[in-house]
Design a protein around this ligand. Structure first.
Ligand SMILES: Nc1ncnc2c1ncn2[C@@H]1O[C@H](COP(=O)(O)OP(=O)(O)OP(=O)(O)O)[C@@H](O)[C@H]1O
Ligand SMILES: [Mg+2]
Length: 383
């Protein structure tokens, strides 16, 4: 090439890290930068005379051709259009009409830049903003719950105390049995309401977590019969596969309440019975895993999971699963506190939650707890 400006153009086309091109009025490539050819796995000469339809997925190519015809017809450039060029690749591109010195249309010129990393970062930031907003919302609900639980407890304490006193006193006299039964029923309702305040307090996370080094398998083993008693009748079976040797930092009572809640949910999801599988495992994550709802950072974990073959969780329930008092049973079975408080408990253990569910097939709740450094090798548990 003799002409110095052609040299300059060639250098630009060879060295640019952007995709630069000139096209004729039929949107066929006339000149392309090396980067464009490299990005689509061809040489520049292989692209001559081709259109976007020959190199990109049809959805992107058809839109690009429509845009280009519009630019050439109207003479109005399109700048900084962000589009998905192919799965997982986003580009920002600008295109202008191209004229000769007499103002005759020759085609168009364009430049596009791969902005995949920026788009992914922005998506991450969006997720982060959404989870911060959710955390703020849960924090305010937590404060409200703490206040309600506190005031409720203050009122319930004299109710329970007085009912106990009256019942004790009535026992010494010959009162109608139905009066005593009525008072006993009132007393047990008051006890249940008192238990509910504990749930509220758990959710509010004002409950102090007493984290001690413990082995999850030991806790599951000690809970065995308490869990079986939640299964009403013989239609349900609990199956255990316990393989957690490493210890974790645990508040045994809080964790036991999370396990019980998960088993009850699994039972409720299988109206005609079935098997609930409880498993523990150790796992080393080499990189962050996008769980639902939590992103689980790389690290060594002990994973506790409860799996059922029930109804699965419908997308509309899943969307609000962590909002307290959202349940699909309209209060017939529960009141929608379970999963919010499980999430609170998992967070209180610096752990992460991952839910996989398929409508009609079943659900697995997995809790990832950071594993203590290898310190306690124990034999596998048998239940
Ligand atoms: N294993 C599961 N399979 C199918 N759906 C589930 C499962 N676990 C939870 N769900 C759905 O999520 C909803 C919320 O569960 P959550 O435990 O928070 O409340 P609940 O069980 O309805 O009431 P509570 O736990 O307060 O007694 C449930 O009503 C149910 O629709
Ligand atoms: Mg529940």
């Amino acid at each position: 090439m003799e002409n110095p400006s052609e040299h300059a153009l060639l250098a630009l086309l060879q060295c640019s890290t952007d995709c630069i091109y000139l096209k004729d009025t039929n949107s066929c490539f006339l000149i392309v930068s090396d980067e464009l050819a490299r990005r689509v796995g061809k040489t520049p000469s292989e692209l001559m005379g081709k259109t976007d339809k020959d190199i990109f997925p049809s959805e992107h190519a058809e839109q690009a051709l429509r845009d280009e015809q519009e630019i050439m017809n109207t003479g109005i450039p399109k700048k900084n259009i962000v589009e998905q060029e192919r799965p997982g690749v986003w580009v920002s591109s600008s295109k202008w009409p191209w004229y000769d010195t007499q103002g005759n249309l020759l085609g168009l010129c364009g430049i596009s830049r791969d902005i995949t990393q920026e788009v992914l970062k922005e998506k991450e930031n969006e997720e982060l903003r959404a989870s911060l907003a959710e955390a703020e919302k849960l924090k305010s609900m937590g404060q409200l719950c703490a206040k309600v639980a506190h005031d409720f407890r203050n009122d319930l304490t004299p109710i329970i105390g007085n009912l106990e006193w009256v019942l004790e006193d009535l026992n010494n006299h010959n009162y109608d049995a139905s009066v005593i039964e009525g008072l006993k029923a009132a007393e047990s309702s008051a006890f249940r309401a008192f238990e509910l305040t504990k749930l509220l307090t758990n959710f509010a996370k004002t409950a102090q977590y007493k984290l001690k080094s413990a082995n999850i398998d030991d806790i599951v083993c000690t809970m065995g019969s308490a869990l079986t008693s939640q299964l009403k009748d013989g239609h349900y079976r609990l199956e255990y596969t316990l393989n957690a040797k490493r210890t974790v930092l645990l508040d045994e009572n809080q964790f036991a309440s999370a396990i019980t809640n998960l088993v009850i949910n699994a039972r409720d999801a299988m109206a005609t019975g079935g098997t609930i599988r409880i498993a523990t495992n150790e796992i080393m994550l080499e990189e962050t895993v996008n769980g639902t709802p939590d992103r689980i950072p790389a690290g060594q974990y002990v994973v506790f999971s409860v799996e059922d073959t029930g109804t699965g969780i419908k997308p509309e329930v899943m969307k609000n699963l962590f909002v307290p008092m959202v349940c699909s049973t309209k209060g017939e079975k529960g009141c929608g506190w379970g999963i919010s408080s499980i999430r609170g408990i998992v967070k209180g253990h610096n752990g992460y939650l991952d839910i996989s569910t398929e409508v009609g097939k079943g659900t697995t709740f997995s809790i990832y707890l950071p594993a203590n450094p290898l310190n306690s090798e124990t034999a596998p548990k048998v239940l």
